[in-house]
Unconditional design. Structure first.
Length: 246
């Protein structure tokens, strides 16, 4: 039987070191799983460190564990991929965050577009960003990933298109098959850093696609089928990760 997994930061991976579970992770371990002294768990810090530890006691609302051994963390993609999706309606955005975390996204950087159907404030409110973080954490725990993606508040599309930190890598704007530029179906040449920009439920406004191309973004259609807004970036991430597999 696999051990329960918990996020714990920081972690000293040396055997004998003490690790402390706090807040939601401690409550889950103590109240839901009823963990007691001597029970074992896997702990990961979200940055690539993973250990096996055993419960040694508690202090207040925290749970104390002793590190038994370091584990080899799950392998990350050989390429750094940022997903920049248009903010989607509740469940669709939650599904996107869950799935791109599972597939190895380095970061999730949402954008607000002309056809975004949720209020702009919904993408940068602290409570919303925190919820996405909880979804990413749950996904990482379930799939065995030891690294958590960085999740940023949403920002206007125009600001994202001009972001100088992304200009050094491969910037791809995902397009639907209908109306995509002629070269959008060819396989992209990939740098070690890739940004995948995906649109809202209503697709890109023509002026948004034109602006992206003018700023050096390459249009890419990764499937002959028209995919849902929450599915397209997931499929694109899987394809790009496979293209650069070791």
């Amino acid at each position: 039987m696999s051990l329960p997994r918990f996020h714990c930061s920081p972690i000293d991976p040396r055997p004998g070191a003490t690790a402390v579970l706090t807040e939601a992770e401690a409550r889950h371990a103590r109240q839901i799983l009823r963990m007691r002294t001597g029970d074992r768990a896997e702990l990961f810090d979200g940055a690539g460190i993973e250990v096996v530890a055993e419960v040694i006691g508690s202090e207040g609302q925290t749970l104390l564990l002793r590190v038994l051994e370091a584990r080899t963390a799950s392998a990350e993609l050989p390429i750094r991929i940022v997903i920049a999706p248009a903010v989607l309606k509740g469940d669709a955005m939650d599904a996107l965050v869950r799935d791109v975390t599972m597939l190895g996204a380095l970061a999730i950087a949402p954008v607000v577009t002309a056809r975004t159907v949720v209020p702009a404030r919904a993408g940068h409110a602290a409570s919303v960003v925190e919820r996405w973080g909880r979804i990413a954490l749950a996904s990482a725990k379930q799939c065995g990933r030891s690294v958590l993606p960085a999740i940023q508040p949403a920002r206007p599309l125009d600001e994202a298109l001009r972001d100088p930190t992304w200009a050094r890598g491969t910037r791809l704007i995902l397009c639907e098959p209908a109306g995509a530029p002629a070269n959008a179906t060819s396989s992209p040449g990939l740098e070690d850093d890739v940004v995948l920009l995906s649109g809202p439920e209503g697709g890109w406004a023509p002026e948004e696609l034109a602006s992206a191309i003018a700023h050096g973004w390459r249009p890419w259609t990764c499937s002959p089928m028209t995919m849902r807004a929450e599915t397209a970036p997931v499929a694109a991430l899987a394809i790009v990760g496979w293209l650069r597999r070791r």
